[in-house]
Design a protein around this ligand. Structure first.
Ligand SMILES: C[S@@+](CC[C@H](N)C(=O)[O-])C[C@H]1O[C@@H](n2cnc3c(N)ncnc32)[C@H](O)[C@@H]1O
Length: 202
């Protein structure tokens, strides 16, 4: 599906999302490496996590042309292969719909981000229109995860990001793809979030 979604305008969303990314970056579920051409020159290093072997081979091939060092790692979102507070940005696009445990994946993103670091996300999510959300509930309980490799259409991912201890700083909601009939996976969000400081009570 990767070339099809790039033709439908994914590249523009990737470029807009990633324009402020800098420093050491970790990408969760890098897929075929579609985000790679959109990382700005301020990126110094990328750790690309991808659990699926065929996709990992593709992101490895794509990484050969990158302007910064890329390490491709066989790992999953809820067990990221880097130290605490060791990256400036975590990038996650079209992945939180299919991770088994969103809260665990987002807790890991928070663990690895250095103070002041940012989460960059682009995901399809639960519709804010109740009738569409009901359709999403039905397809998620039946066919969608089976045909979509564990993908769910009705997850409230922005709420999950906030519940994981992030403050959303920037948020766009839009339909993707823009053209054609609306589908259960059409409602999308794109944005950035920063981890809230941990407060300790005395
Ligand atoms: C729809 S693709 C998106 C790929 C890429 N991020 C993009 O924007 O084109 C979903 C990706 O999430 C990966 N994935 C699925 N479950 C995962 C998990 N638990 N941890 C990390 N990646 C996962 C898949 O292997 C696949 O690469």
């Amino acid at each position: 599906m990767a070339p099809a979604i790039e033709r439908q305008g994914a590249a523009g969303h990737r470029a807009r999302l990633l324009q402020g990314v800098s420093g050491r970056v970790l990408e969760v579920g890098a897929g075929t490496g579609s985000n790679l051409p959109h990382f700005p020159a301020a990126v110094t290093e990328l750790v690309a996590v991808e659990p699926e072997p065929r996709l990992r081979a593709q992101v490895e091939a794509a990484a050969a042309g990158a302007a910064f060092p890329v390490t491709v790692v066989d790992a999953v979102a809820d067990r990221l292969p880097v130290e605490d507070s060791s990256v400036d940005a975590v990038v996650i696009t079209l992945v939180l719909c299919s991770v088994p445990d969103q809260a665990a994946a987002l807790a890991e993103a928070r663990r690895v981000l250095a103070p002041g670091g940012r989460l960059y996300f682009w995901e399809h999510v639960r519709s804010d229109r109740p009738r569409v959300a009901r359709v999403q509930q039905v397809v998620d309980a039946t066919i969608w995860p089976v045909i979509g490799g564990g993908c769910h259409t009705g997850r409230d991912t922005v709420a999950a990001i906030e519940a994981a201890g992030f403050t959303v700083e920037r948020l766009e909601r839009f339909r993707f793809p823009e053209d054609g009939p609306p589908m259960p996976a059409s409602p999308h969000v794109l944005g950035t979030a920063r981890a809230r400081a941990v407060t300790t009570s005395s």
